[in-house]
Write a protein that binds this ligand. Structure first.
Ligand SMILES: C[S@@+](CC[C@H](N)C(=O)[O-])C[C@H]1O[C@@H](n2cnc3c(N)ncnc32)[C@H](O)[C@@H]1O
Ligand code: SF4
Length: 484
């Protein structure tokens, strides 16, 4: 395993600088980091609880209390429909032909079930109806497939049952379906932020990952959204995909700058089963590339780890002047705000609750978290039986609360200030937490963080490896889990 990882790490493009992290990851002492990045789990989205089988009523009571105390929350709704399945994607999706008559029934059902689930949340978590929504997101899947009447129905429900007084509204679509008319509809409904996946600006690479849109359509969507007055357009890019070379990522970065994107998400291809690490939205199915393995096709190859880090460093180089990374992978233009929903749930001075409605969604507050059912038939069955479609709930011991708060803060890439931490934990310093203190000693020795005057800062290698740091350096098993 480690020799395969080392081999992959040594695969680099001679036309680009040797990646900075290569020396660090090659050291036998750092094998845990190498193993982690070689497996590519999705690690920076959910910070799980450590108390399994937390009773549902206790979870809901924790959420009620957490929401009552927070100045605002992140609320999201997940629409799982897609018109094709991308080869890298494990998200819970329902693949359909949006034009067919049978699909209209699916859209109607999805909105019905989503509203029913939201009503159950409102009934069981009384503080939710009044809570100020900081940002409302419609995530997917491809919500831009929802027919206009269904989207209007969904939004009429949310805006009349939740406190949207101060909310920004953000919508995640797919470029082939975010037409001018659809964007105009979103604008009329109050959305000001649009996000969609391009994955690459190269048609060859877009096609190789099974997507059915062109790079030109992505560019057109960006121009149309701007012309309609969307002040925030975010594009998802992936590096490490089939046929992708370091040069291709350079092209993606040149396009990003040329298009003056307000926001860009640059993610390394993740191949490990999402469910193992639990993501914001968890999948039930393996992606095609997981099922078949990373098999090179025709003249196209998957880049190894060394090239992936050359790609990552190229992203950093291109975006260094005009953009800031906050949190990891999310780059916003300087002078424009960072990704708001991410800041609401992960910044150390916030870490507010989030409520997720829909297939595979995950909700959390300081004391507990839950993940929804990921199979559509089981999701429907739960709601038909008037049960919240929650698959698993976990509580958080006092130790886990501290660790999660610290790890989330690290993931933002903002220096972690002990004085802010102390305000969160009744004057307790993170240096007084034995797991954090010991991890900081190791990370300092390895040159991944610096500690200066109460503030922990990631070094450049630390920034690149932050997911590996979070997921390998803060063991919890040595602490017996508290009882619920
Ligand atoms: C669930 S999708 C929603 C966006 C929309 N469905 C689209 O594809 O245009 C959110 C983003 O997650 C990213 N993603 C999904 N699976 C991934 C994987 N295995 N590795 C890295 N990124 C992934 C993609 O960049 C994708 O655009
Ligand atoms: S990446 Fe987006 S469009 Fe592709 S299958 Fe996943 S959710 Fe659907």
């Amino acid at each position: 395993m480690t020799s395969a990882a080392l081999q992959s790490l040594q695969e680099i493009d001679p036309h680009y600088p040797v990646p900075r992290v290569l020396e660090f990851l090659s050291a036998p002492d750092n094998a845990a980091f190498l193993e982690y990045v070689h497996n590519d789990p999705f690690g920076c989205h959910v910070f799980p609880g450590d108390i399994p089988n937390h009773p549902l009523d206790a979870f809901l009571a924790d959420m009620d209390e957490g929401i009552r105390q927070a100045p605002r929350i992140h609320l999201w709704s997940y629409i799982p429909t897609c018109r094709y399945r991308c080869h890298f994607c494990q998200y819970p999706t329902i693949i359909l032909n949006p034009q067919s008559a049978s699909s209209q029934v699916v859209f109607r059902d999805l909105v019905d079930y989503n509203i029913k689930e939201a009503k159950m949340w409102l009934a069981r978590v009384p503080s939710l109806a009044q809570a100020e929504v900081g940002e409302f997101n419609i995530f997917g899947g491809t919500p831009s497939l929802l027919p206009e009447p269904e989207l209007r129905r969904l939004m009429a429900f949310y805006t009349s049952h939740f406190n949207f007084g101060a909310a920004t509204m953000r919508f995640e679509g797919e470029p082939g379906t975010l037409t001018k008319d659809y964007l105009a509809l979103l604008k009329e409904l109050g959305f000001t932020k649009i996000s969609f996946g391009a994955q690459s600006f190269d048609d060859r690479i877009i096609a190789a990952c099974g997507r059915m849109h062109s790079a030109d359509e992505c560019v057109e969507t960006i121009h149309n959204a701007r012309a309609l007055g969307f002040d925030w357009v975010s594009v998802d890019l992936i590096y490490g995909m089939l046929g992708q070379e370091v040069d291709d990522v350079r092209y993606d970065m040149e396009k990003t700058l040329e298009l003056e994107l307000s926001h860009v998400v640059c993610t390394k291809l993740h191949m490990e089963e999402f469910m193992k690490r639990r993501t914001g939205v968890s999948g039930v199915r393996e992606s095609l590339w997981q099922k078949k393995g990373l098999v090179d096709k025709n003249d196209m190859r998957f880049p190894g780890l060394g090239k992936q880090y050359q790609m990552r460093e190229l992203v950093e180089l291109y975006l260094a002047d005009g953009y800031r990374e906050h949190p990891t992978m999310y780059f916003h233009r300087q002078g424009q705000p960072a990704e708001k929903w991410k800041a609401l749930i992960t910044d150390l001075d916030k870490q507010y609750p989030e409520v997720a409605i829909g297939l595979g969604g995950s909700s959390k507050c300081i004391g507990a978290e839950a993940i929804n059912i990921t199979s559509y038939p089981l999701y429907k069955q739960a709601l038909d039986e008037n049960r919240l479609p929650i698959d698993e709930t976990r509580g958080m011991s006092p130790m886990q609360r501290e660790l999660n708060a610290f790890k989330m803060a690290l993931s933002t890439l903002i220096p972690v200030d002990d004085r802010v931490y102390q305000r969160r934990f009744n004057g307790k310093s993170f240096f007084a937490n034995p797991v954090i203190d010991s991890a900081l000693a190791t990370l300092t020795r390895k040159g991944l963080v610096t500690v200066d005057n109460h503030v922990v800062m990631l070094t450049p290698n630390g920034v690149t490896l932050v997911e590996a740091i979070i997921n390998t350096q803060f063991p919890t098993s040595q602490f017996p889990t508290a009882q619920a």
